[in-house]
Design a protein around this ligand. Structure first.
Ligand code: UTP
Length: 294
């Protein structure tokens, strides 16, 4: 039995500029780019629901209203489709429960840490989850999603928990990197330090933070006094690093696949991987790809 407060709220920082996807992201939020036929944000919200999260807090900015619209009832579409006898099933997965989506604005994109801090009034005094929707976490066949795995680990260890994965050492300088401590299991390790975008020679490991977090509400107070870090932005990693030693801090390796859809190659890889696995198009796509590669 757990004594830890359950995770019922999740913050989705979606106020970034998405410069790596320009010009596509000039008028469309990066989080609305589809992997096959579902926008990135939908995968993240579905993962949150699977993990038992009830309240979705979007930290948005200018030009991001399409994200909220996506979770609204599309009355005209439903009406027209039903009067024409069209199959409505494709509309269903977005149906949100009234009141479970809340938005706050980050007026200026000052970094991920700042975006999270913008949600402080809604998060209140509860532990909460964070999802970076451009990191697509895909469960193994019959397995559970990344956040559900994290919630299960959290029930054991409490405190702060981040999702990590191993990358080749030469790639670490693009990410937040952990210094690992004692191992609790094959996939759960204590965190003794955190550093954002370290030079390869100074990286404490090749385990990088991968877009999913469970944090205690005290991080909001830490963020309040957090100065600018790498890239001149207020970094969540720097604020989390200051909490190590004061609260339990662990890293969980996701048993599944992760696609970095914030990069163009990662995005295309995710599209191909998921499309190839789909019953309605996998075989056809395999033929097309064989032809293209030939
Ligand atoms: P990224 O580092 O991927 O930045 O942000 P970005 O703006 O989305 O994309 P590029 O690098 O310019 O192509 C990681 C996450 O943090 C959010 C982003 O929306 C993304 O989900 N973010 C980042 C904010 O919400 N606000 C910020 O000020 C910065």
């Amino acid at each position: 039995m757990t004594t830890h407060k359950p995770i019922k709220k999740a913050v989705f920082p979606v106020a970034g500029l998405g410069t790596r996807f320009l010009p596509a992201t000039k008028a469309i939020p990066k989080e609305m780019l589809p992997i096959v036929d579902r926008p990135l944000i939908q995968y993240a919200v579905d993962e949150a629901r699977e993990a038992g999260i009830e309240q979705m807090i979007f930290v948005t900015g200018r030009g991001k209203t399409a994200i909220v619209e996506h979770f609204d009832v599309a009355y005209e579409l439903e009406d027209t489709m039903s009067s024409r006898g069209k199959d409505m099933s494709a509309l269903e997965p977005t149906g949100a429960t009234p009141g479970d989506i809340i938005t706050v604005r980050q007026q200026v994109p000052m970094g991920l840490g700042h975006a999270i801090w913008c949600a402080r009034a809604i998060v209140g005094d509860e532990p909460f989850a964070i999802f970076l929707p451009d990191e697509l976490m895909v469960a193994h066949q019959g397995g559970t999603g990344c956040m559900k795995q994290m919630v299960e680990a959290y029930e054991e260890v409490g405190g702060n928990l981040i999702s990590v994965l191993e990358v080749p050492q030469e790639e670490v300088s693009s990410y937040g990197v952990i210094a690992p401590g004692a191992e609790k299991s094959d996939t759960l390790v204590e965190v003794t330090g955190l550093v954002e975008k370290p030079p390869v020679s100074e990286a404490p490991s090749n385990k990088i933070i991968s877009g999913r977090y469970i944090l205690q509400p005290e991080v909001m107070r830490t963020l309040e006094t957090q100065g600018k870090g790498a890239g001149g932005e207020i970094q969540l990693t720097d604020a989390m690093a200051r909490m190590i030693g004061e609260q339990p801090f662990h890293a969980k390796t996701f048993e599944g696949r992760r696609f970095d859809c914030g990069s163009k190659t990662g995005f295309v890889e995710a599209t191909l991987a998921l499309a190839l696995e789909r019953e309605d198009m996998g075989d056809e796509l395999r033929e097309i790809m064989t032809r293209l590669l030939g």
